[in-house]
Ligand binder design. Structure first.
Ligand SMILES: [Mg+2]
Length: 387
């Protein structure tokens, strides 16, 4: 430890410290192939699960779910915690989460997902100890349900249409179409098919995952804007902020920044360039619940609403995301936390967070509001490594 870390470090005599840290690198099967522009996913996804136990015996769970084409690798997150952060975490007081986040930022650069996993497990413990949910610890619950968006990303569009025909009558009405993967004419035909089948009953959103070159993108976006999308997400590469600003000027459809907005510094640049009407906040990009709330404080001041995006997250990370959105008023555009019910064949939770009438129901139980055990992890995922 550095001198500064020692000064901020824990009073290890108290029961308030972290005593144990266990890691699992897991692989989970998924039900359907996903074609998402920046990368295709098929078969399985890898994630890191983290278990912390406080000195007084309370257990908390965390999850790091990087995506290699987006933020990094699960193997790197596993090593970051095991090799570099473990020593800091053991003995740290649970009552000083901000202090540990700062110390971890000084210890290693990046690896936001690894730091987030530790932060969410600490909040889980604090919640269980105090009887409060993580949303309550984050300032209080401002919503009990979160509208759920399902992503239309199956290479087989007919399969997605069949899904929609089942989901819409059940109350799922928000669909985000991954455009820019197939030729433009195919995208147009799919959008036409969805609008003619479901009309205004669906809230249609588009996500290009940076697929379009700024040169010529305007004509493409004018075409798709005819289908009245609620927003068009990240049409061009993350650094093409001037192009995004020009779309905002010339199109009626709002522009949402995802890859252009990882953290508070990115958001300041998006705002300076007037490049977006809304932002996607993913805890895996922000690298923390508190950091996510910091981003939304800036967004709120500029009247930019937030949307709850995800990477390939399982039930633990999505529980943290659910608690975050429940406690953050500006996160008003819903979430895409559909993995546990629609994509993962199994999840490590003993019981999944309920979806009801097209919305995620925010758990009220203490901590993250979920139950995970060593047995439920081993029963529902292939454990590739432990530490
Ligand atoms: Mg996106």
């Amino acid at each position: 430890m550095t001198v500064l870390e020692q000064m901020m470090a824990p009073d290890t005599r108290s029961d308030d410290t972290i005593a144990t840290l266990n890691l699992y690198l897991i692989e989970s099967p998924i039900m359907m192939a996903r074609q998402q522009g920046v990368g295709d996913v098929k078969g399985t996804v890898k994630r890191v699960l983290l278990r912390l136990v406080s000195k007084d015996g309370i257990e908390g769970w965390g999850e790091a779910a990087p995506w290699e084409v987006f933020t990094g690798t699960s193997e790197a997150a596993f090593a970051a915690i095991d090799v570099y952060l473990r020593e800091l975490v053991i003995g740290w007081p649970l009552s000083n989460i901000r202090g540990l986040m700062a110390a971890m930022d000084r210890r290693i650069i990046g690896h936001g997902e690894a730091k987030l996993a530790i932060e969410m497990a600490m909040f889980d413990i604090l919640g269980k100890r105090s009887g409060l949910s993580v949303a309550e610890l984050l300032g209080g619950r401002v919503r009990d349900t979160i509208p759920l968006s399902f992503s239309i990303a199956d290479p087989d569009f007919d399969a997605d249409m069949e899904r929609m025909k089942k989901m819409v009558p059940e109350g799922n009405t928000i669909f985000k179409v991954k455009t820019g993967v197939k030729p433009h004419a195919v995208d147009m035909a799919h959008l036409e098919a969805m609008r003619s089948e479901f009309g205004d009953r669906i809230d249609l959103r588009l996500d290009y995952n940076q697929a379009l070159a700024p040169f010529g993108a305007m004509a493409t976006l004018r075409d798709v804007a005819q289908f009245a999308p609620t927003f068009i997400e990240q049409p061009v590469p993350r650094d093409a902020l001037a192009a995004m600003a020009s779309f905002r000027e010339k199109l009626d459809a709002p522009i949402l920044a995802d890859e252009s907005c990882f953290d508070a510094h990115d958001l300041l640049e998006v705002i300076r360039m007037k490049a977006a009407d809304a932002i996607s906040v993913k805890l895996m990009k922000a690298g923390g619940l508190l950091k996510g709330q910091g981003i939304m404080a800036i967004a709120d001041a500029h009247r930019l609403p937030g949307y709850g995006g995800t990477l390939w997250e399982g039930g633990i990370a999505l529980a943290a995301g659910t608690q975050f959105i429940a406690a953050t008023p500006g996160m008003s555009l819903g979430c895409e936390f559909y993995m546990p019910h629609h994509v993962l064949t199994e999840d490590v939770l003993e019981e999944r967070i309920p979806n009801q009438a097209g919305a995620v129901v925010v758990p009220k139980a203490p901590g993250l509001g979920i139950k995970v055990t060593d047995a439920s992890v081993h029963a529902n995922a292939r454990v590739l490594a432990t530490a």
